[in-house]
Design a protein around this ligand. Structure first.
Ligand SMILES: Nc1nc2c(ncn2[C@@H]2O[C@H](COP(=O)(O)OP(=O)(O)OP(=O)(O)O)[C@@H](O)[C@H]2O)c(=O)[nH]1
Ligand SMILES: [Zn+2]
Length: 205
């Protein structure tokens, strides 16, 4: 869809002035030199172009609207109102502190109130927020807030398990350390049994 055709509510982050492609490529050349290499050598000549192209993909989530992902619900579900859980949704994102990847799995559960959403949409919702500069806690909160706002469930639960490259490739070099964040709302927050059921379904007990 043409970006200009998107509705106003797409503007999820404050307006920023996006630099031109040429300016972004010049910045990549600067970083190559900062790394200690020669941006004019043959193997690196096209790299700034590739990097700016890759950035469009890595950070495509800024142009995505969770409302568009979750607006369509299905009500003919035979009265089904028990938990719907999609677990092990793979994601990769970039930490906003170092701009290096963190990646792992997201588990999302909700107790339907007024219809259900297409299962793929929960994975699409993860992409909306993963393809931005992130911290894991914020991504956890944003996902559950979107589920609550757009599906109005009786309860929701989100857990993210991720490895942060800024903690393994550099800095403390804690290879394999896993960060787990979780958030419960509604029935999941109030009822320990529902939380336990969630943990059992994601294989955490
Ligand atoms: N809470 C949280 N911290 C994160 C996340 N991603 C990266 N970090 C942390 O952000 C912190 C930034 O700390 P600073 O002291 O400002 O930066 P630094 O000197 O590069 O820190 P070190 O990684 O300890 O070398 C580090 O502790 C990272 O591990 C995240 O998703 N959530
Ligand atoms: Zn980091």
């Amino acid at each position: 869809m043409d970006a200009s055709a998107k509705p106003q509510h797409v503007k999820l982050v404050p307006e920023i002035t996006r630099p031109s492609r040429e300016e972004a490529e010049a910045a990549v050349r600067t970083l190559i030199a900062w790394a200690g290499d020669d941006p004019t050598r043959e193997g690196l000549l096209e790299t700034p172009h590739r990097v700016t192209k890759a950035y469009r993909e890595f950070f495509a989530g800024y142009g995505d609207d969770p409302r568009e992902v979750l607006h369509k619900t299905f009500k003919e579900v035979g009265g089904y109102d028990d938990v719907v859980l999609v677990r092990d949704i793979p994601f990769s994102s970039h930490c906003e502190h170092h701009m290096v990847p963190f990646f792992g799995k997201v588990h999302i559960a909700y107790l339907p109130h007024d219809g259900v959403v297409g299962l793929s949409k929960l994975a699409r919702l993860v992409e909306v927020y993963a393809r931005r500069l992130q911290v894991q806690e914020n991504m956890t909160a944003q996902i559950i807030d979107a589920v609550n706002e757009h599906l109005n469930p009786r309860g929701a639960a989100v857990m993210i398990e991720a490895e942060h490259m800024c903690m393994s490739m550099r800095g403390v070099r804690a290879h394999g350390a896993l960060t787990i964040t979780q958030r419960f709302t509604g029935v999941f927050a109030e009822d320990r049994n529902e939380q336990d059921r969630f943990f059992a379904m994601v294989g955490k007990r």
